[in-house]
Structure formats: structure tokens, C-alpha cells
Design a protein around this ligand. Structure first.
Ligand code: ARG
Length: 394
């Protein structure tokens, strides 16, 4: 049965053509010509396009397949959809997303999942799960500097964290331009992994941890002339995202100097390569800890091999893989991975995921002055590659 939901959008001639093109592509790949004929008929009769859940899931899978900056795309067909387009109540949306993170985390056996909401629903977070960053009185930052502005916003909305380096941020939901609402996740819904090193027991003194589920909530799902601005998706981590970038970057948790100290490295000169040694140790620790906790994670060598397999599989389907080399090559040991030695064309195809080009509270139809007179700075316009992952030019 086809579901004609509230998100039917007036499409115009251009929109109808785009929708038809998408339907032809999807049902062509699925080899379902009868269903295609039926859907094209309906499209022409109704004069606007309302995707079915099946089409939405197909579009999301193709969007992942087309995400030029993602190394993990071989798994695109395993992505599952939660169709949340009928939800309008913040409480119900929060409940659906709590279910999303529980289902996708799946006790560590992570399953790729996307939840698609009505365009009236906006999530202000960049990721569903993230750690707060607080500017302290002495100017230093406690927690994740990448989330400084968003944390500030949450504080202005009345949220209070415990004040640790790893306070899980609340979910901020806005419906229909109303005042945004903050929700704290139930503690048992957010799986976290303490970071240990098999050979450097003293690493535990750093009291590091990270969350199991990366869930991007700052990208729209675009296809067939439609754009779903709220379509958070989640999967598993590649170790270097945490070990090299989140914990290693100087403008993030900046842990290399402390790891080096624990390892007893000579940090007197860059040429001792203490940063490189600490970098490898920290990445070993991340992979070891996730494995020990039973949480799915991929090392960058395996990820690179799988990406090359993905290229072969796609090639056999007659599809030329597009990729952004700068993003595909891991930040650690680049030339030791196969992808380093390959060349890619980087054309942007749709369906795809696109970063929203405005912060949620500046978007059309939403209040720009919230919170009133607070002179809010925009966390989405800071130049940070912290959680950039599949950012695409528009
Ligand atoms: N790089 C981001 C982070 O460190 C996560 C981006 C999505 N990654 C993924 N494996 N699905 O939090």
C-alpha cells in the first residue's frame, strides 16, 4: 500500500521530472517495472510527489552510496529506515529518536539506521550524541571544543550538565518554528566505551571514553526534487575518527601530549616522532577498547580494503564510484592504505546527504531571534572539521 503522507510537496514541472527520474532509477535498480509504471501513473495524476516508505529507504541507501566522503559505503544496502514523517509532538519525536539510538546501537552490534521526519521538525544538534564543551572562567575549555557554541545554546535554553569532560548533550527539537525543547537521553540509551591500552595500563589514568554511536543529524536527505532536512543516520565508527581526530586533534581533546607522557616518550623535539608514536598508541587503544566492550568498529586498513571492494562491486553494476580522496584517505598511515594510491573523480550525484546551509534557527519559517535578544552565535558556521564527514558542496 502506498502511503500519502503530509509531506507531499507541490513540485511543479521540474519537480515532477526529478521525481520521475528518481522513480525510474530506483525501480530500475530493483527491477520492478510494474510498480514503476504504477507509481509514474500516480505521480502524473496527483501532480505532486509523496514518497512511500520503500522509496524513502531506497533513496537513503542511494544517498549513502553517493556520499563521496564516506569510506564505509560498501554496506549501503544494509541501511534500514524508520519512517517518522507523521510525528509532530516533541515528546513523540524524542521517543522515536531514543528508540533509534537503542535499535542502531543494538548493544554494540551496531546496525545502520536512518530516521526520516517531516520537514516541520528540526533537530538542532549536529550529532544525536555528543559531548558538551564549556568555556571556563580561566579561558580554558572543559569537554569537547567542537561543541562549545551548541553547548552554550543548550545552557541558554536552561539545560544544565554535570560539568565533566564527557557530559552527553541533550537533544534539541524544534517543531514548526515553536520554541525549541531540550531532552536528556536516558542514561542507558547512550552506550559509551572506556579507553584502555593493552600494553600501557597507565592510559586509564587519562580517564578517556567515547560513545559507540556516531549519528549525524545535520544533513538533509535530498532526492527526486525533495529535501528532508531532518534525517539523522547512524552506523559504526572507524577507529581513526576517535583516536586520531576526536581525541587527538589539538583543537579537540588534544590528548597526544598526555599519551606521550604516559608512554615516557622524548618530547623534546618533533623529530623524535613522539606525536606519531602517541597517535598509533591512542588508535590502538580505541580499537582495543571497542573490541573489548563488544562494540562494532572498523580499523582503517580493513575499511580501506572494503572500500576497494565496494569500487569493484559498483564497477560490475556499471556505476563509477565517485569519491573525495581527501576524506577517504585515513588521517593516520595514509600511504599504508590502498585508497591512498588511487585516484577518484568527485562528482556529486543525487540522492545524497547535504549539510544544511543555514543554522536551524536562521532557516526560513523559523524564528531567527531565539532566544530573545541573546545575541546567539552560530555553531554551524564555525570553521571546524571536527565532525565533518560527508560534507558536500551544495
Ligand atoms: N567523524 C565523526 C565523529 O568522530 C562521525 C562521523 C560519522 N562517522 C561514521 N562512522 N558514521 O564523531
Amino acid at each position: 500500500m502506498h502511503k500519502y503522507s503530509l509531506d507531499t510537496m507541490p513540485t511543479g514541472q521540474d519537480g515532477l521530472e526529478r521525481a520521475a527520474r528518481f522513480l525510474r532509477k530506483l525501480y530500475g535498480e530493483l527491477e520492478q517495472p510494474e510498480e514503476l509504471a504504477l507509481r509514474l501513473d500516480q505521480l502524473n495524476q496527483i501532480g505532486s510527489y509523496a514518497p512511500t516508505a520503500k522509496e524513502l529507504e531506497g533513496a537513503a541507501r542511494m544517498a549513502w552510496r553517493n556520499a563521496n566522503r564516506c569510506i564505509g559505503r560498501i554496506y549501503w544496502k544494509s541501511l534500514k529506515l524508520k519512517d517518522c514523517r507523521d510525528l509532530r509532538q516533541p515528546e513523540a519525536i524524542f521517543e522515536a529518536l531514543t528508540d533509534h539510538i537503542r535499535t542502531s546501537t543494538s548493544g554494540g552490534n551496531i546496525r545502520p539506521l536512518i530516521s526520516v521526519f517531516s520537514p516541520e521538525v528540526i533537530i538542532w544538534n549536529e550529532q544525536l550524541i555528543g559531548y558538551a564543551g564549556y568555556r571556563q572562567a580561566d579561558g580554558t575549555i572543559l569537554g569537547d571544543p567542537a561543541n562549545l557554541a551548541f553547548t552554550d545554546l543548550c545552557l541558554r535554553l536552561g539545560w544544565r550538565g554535570e560539568g565533566t569532560r564527557f557530559d552527553v548533550l541533550p537533544l534539541v527539537i524544534q517543531v514548526n518554528g515553536e520554541d525549541p525543547v531540550c531532552f536528556d537521553w536516558p542514561a542507558d540509551a547512550v552506550l559509551e566505551v572506556p579507553i584502555r591500552h593493552p600494553d600501557y595500563p597507565r592510559l586509564r589514568e587519562l580517564e578517556l571514553k567515547w560513545y559507540a554511536l556516531p549519528a549525524i543529524s545535520s544533513m538533509s536527505l535530498d532526492f527526486g526534487g525533495l529535501s528532508y532536512p531532518t534525517a539523522p543516520f547512524s552506523g559504526w565508527y572507524m577507529g581513526t575518527e576517535i583516536g586520531a581526530r576526536d581525541l587527538g586533534d589539538a583543537h579537540r581533546y588534544n590528548q597526544l601530549p598526555r599519551v606521550a607522557e604516559i608512554m615516557g616518550l622524548d618530547t623534546s623535539h618533533p623529530r623524535t616522532l613522539w606525536k606519531d608514536q602517541a597517535m598509533v598508541a591512542l588508535n590502538q587503544a580505541v580499537l582495543f577498547s571497542f573490541e573489548r566492550a563488544g562494540v562494532k568498529i572498523l580499523d582503517h586498513h580493513t575499511a580501506s580494503d572494503l572500500f576497494e571492494t565496494f569500487e569493484e562491486v559498483e564497477d560490475r553494476q556499471g556505476r563509477a564510484v565517485q569519491a573525495d580522496w581527501n576524506w577517504i584517505v585515513p588521517p593516520v598511515s595514509g600511504s599504508a592504505t590502498g585508497v591512498f594510491h588511487r585516484e577518484y573523480t568527485n562528482e556529486v550525484r543525487t540522492p545524497n546527504f547535504f549539510y544544511r546551509d543555514r543554522s536551524p534557527w536562521q532557516g526560513a519559517g523559523h524564528r531567527t531571534e531565539f532566544p530573545r535578544g541573546a545575541g546567539l552565535s552560530c555553531p554551524y558556521h564555525r570553521k571546524s572539521d571536527a565532525d565533518s564527514w560527508c560534507r558536500e558542496p551544495r
